[in-house]
Design a protein around this ligand. Structure first.
Ligand code: RIB
Length: 311
């Protein structure tokens, strides 16, 4: 069984030709709201991947924004452990998606900032705890401590990026980061290989690299996974889809190579659709993409190896 402890946000999304720079106003186009939040997106991805049941610890306000978030999670089959702090709005995120599928996100945490150490449900029966950094760091650390004490595997997606106390990093079994997050967490701006070197004390580090693929150091071995070939529409939630799918696969006993392949395929599909939770694929769609594109691309893998600075 998987427990995701983290944020839930209602995403306010506008599409525009490009993401505005400082002081710039851009005239956008269509506007929509979508269920989002890194924690909730990862819980939905884990549940849609099938296999082990997924639970989520989250905090919501007592306002109209909470209902679509609860519905999206419940529809995916996620079992909710909901905290409702008084006088706090549900978390919101303001997102601009550009025509080249990139995004810029500002989060107003609201109720997410009220998740506290004592809110963690009993961990009996859980095998994996999946955490992110959109909820307070002391709570994230306390949850990781409780999980470690009970033999639950701790997976941390260090997003949004922030420098992490050594105390927290020491509790992490699997760290998932993108390139920027890797630089922040490792405190180093060199190659992927050099940054990974600085994180030797974390047993497994997975680095997602967008269209380059992903690079993982696990039990002293490197695993390179080429990116799936898709046309991106909106990359919002792709990293979350990767994390939820990865944990779901690992909890079902998949080996690291297979889990990385499945998570990469799920994340690729999430890039082909608009929104965060609305874009997360079902397991059957992921299996189909894996079947269609399972042949290793020697040139792509060589380019990935070089990109990472691996000899
Ligand atoms: O990772 C994407 C998510 O980041 C969005 O859904 C938004 O809510 C922010 O949490």
């Amino acid at each position: 069984m998987i427990l995701v402890a983290g944020s839930a946000n209602l995403d306010f999304v506008v599409r525009a030709t490009h993401i505005p720079g400082p002081g710039e106003t851009v005239l956008g186009r269509e506007f929509k709201t979508y269920p989002g939040g890194k924690g909730a997106n990862q819980a939905v991805a884990s549940a849609r991947a099938g296999g082990a049941p997924t639970h989520m610890l989250l905090a919501l306000g007592s306002d109209a924004f909470a209902a679509p978030l609860e519905k999206s999670l419940a529809d995916a089959g996620v079992v909710l452990h909901t905290v409702r702090p008084l006088d706090q709005p549900t978390g919101t995120a303001f997102i601009c998606v550009s025509d080249d599928a990139e995004n810029a996100i500002t989060v107003a945490p609201g109720a997410n900032a009220c998740l506290e150490p004592q809110h963690l449900p009993p961990l009996t029966g859980f095998t994996h705890l999946l955490l992110q950094l959109e909820t307070p760091l002391p709570s994230v650390t306390a949850y990781a401590q409780a999980a470690r004490a009970q033999g639950v595997t701790v997976v941390l997606n260090a997003a949004p990026a922030q420098a992490l106390p050594a105390e927290l990093l020491a509790l992490v079994d699997v760290l998932v980061v993108n390139e920027g997050e890797l630089a922040t967490v490792s405190g180093h701006s060199g190659s992927i290989a050099q940054c990974l070197e600085r994180l030797q004390h974390v047993p497994t580090v997975v680095v997602t690299l967008g269209h380059h693929g992903c690079c993982t150091r696990h039990q002293g071995q490197f695993f390179l996974q080429q990116a799936f070939d898709i046309t991106p529409v909106d990359t919002t939630g792709a990293g979350d889809t990767f994390c939820g799918s990865l944990v779901a696969a690992l909890s079902q006993g998949a080996d690291m190579a297979k889990a990385l392949q499945t998570a990469s395929a799920a994340a690729a599909l999430a890039c082909t659709r608009a929104g965060a939770q609305s874009s997360i694929p079902e397991a059957t769609e992921v299996a189909k993409l894996v079947r269609e594109q399972s042949t290793p691309n020697v040139a792509a893998l060589a380019a990935l190896r070089q990109f990472c600075g691996l000899a």
